[in-house]
Design a protein around this ligand. Structure first.
Ligand SMILES: O=C[C@H](O)COP(=O)(O)O
Length: 239
């Protein structure tokens, strides 16, 4: 299981890399759960990250505006992102979500077929009126994405597991795998929750809070020792 860590700036990206993150996920928590950061931050982090490591960029908790989101996807691509995450926040159902994602796929894959496109839904979608979490694997498949992901929309201390039980999470992973897609799971995941995610076949775990000093994604800062501990655990399951 790969470890995706979400830094907000140059210093946190260096800490993430030093700790052994597999994917460096540029984010701006001030703008929401999957808040987008600025092009120059993504470019800087791509430049400081070793070439063999993926840099991810999130486009934000996006509205149902396929044109706007496609243009944002182009911005992430030209800034150097290898992995583009789209938070399906304003899309209320399968068809709206597919319309956004297929245009992102077209925008990016026409010029860069190897860039990884991630359809990210929310385990607590009902709290914000977004497309339901169990619909995300089919959305990702129908739109031609590479990964189906879940996070939480509201960062209020509740975790992924407060909204979906292990059977539901396994169903999510199994359905995505049956379409040939990879999966990523996130949402205030703590270190003792890594093993259950690994055991259901999750491909990528996404973390910010648990990689921060004090465990707070907003007031804390990512520290390499916390990242290294998470990385060591992920590796121990695979051995
Ligand atoms: O993509 C993953 C997120 O950054 C997870 O953040 P969190 O662990 O603070 O919920």
């Amino acid at each position: 299981m790969l470890l995706l860590i979400s830094p907000i700036n140059h210093e946190e990206a260096l800490e993430s890399i030093k700790g052994g993150a597999d994917i460096v996920d540029v984010k701006n928590p001030k703008e929401g759960s999957l808040g987008a950061n600025f092009p120059w931050v993504i470019k800087d982090i791509r430049e400081l990250t070793p070439e063999d490591k993926l840099v991810s960029a999130t486009l934000g908790d996006v509205p149902y505006k396929p044109g706007t989101v496609s243009l944002a996807a182009m911005g992430a691509h030209v800034s150097g992102a290898d992995y583009i995450k789209v938070g399906l926040y304003g899309t209320k159902n399968h068809d709206e979500a597919v319309e956004v994602m297929e245009n992102v796929v077209k925008t990016v894959k026409d010029i860069s077929p190897d860039t990884i496109i991630v359809a990210a839904g929310y385990a607590d979608a009902h709290r914000v009126g977004a497309v339901g979490p169990m619909e995300i694997p089919k959305v990702a498949k129908d739109a031609g994405c590479d990964l189906a992901m879940l996070d939480t929309a509201v960062k209020d201390g509740k975790t992924l597991f407060d909204f979906l039980n292990m059977d539901e999470l396994k169903e999510f992973v199994d359905e995505a795998h049956s379409y040939g897609l990879k999966t990523a799971l996130a949402g205030s995941v703590k270190k003792d929750q890594l093993k259950p995610l690994h055991d259901i076949g999750c491909d990528v775990v996404g973390i910010r809070g648990a990689a921060c000093v004090g465990g707070d994604r907003n007031t804390g800062h990512i520290h390499h020792t916390a990242v290294a501990e998470l990385k060591e655990l992920c590796e121990s399951f695979d051995n």
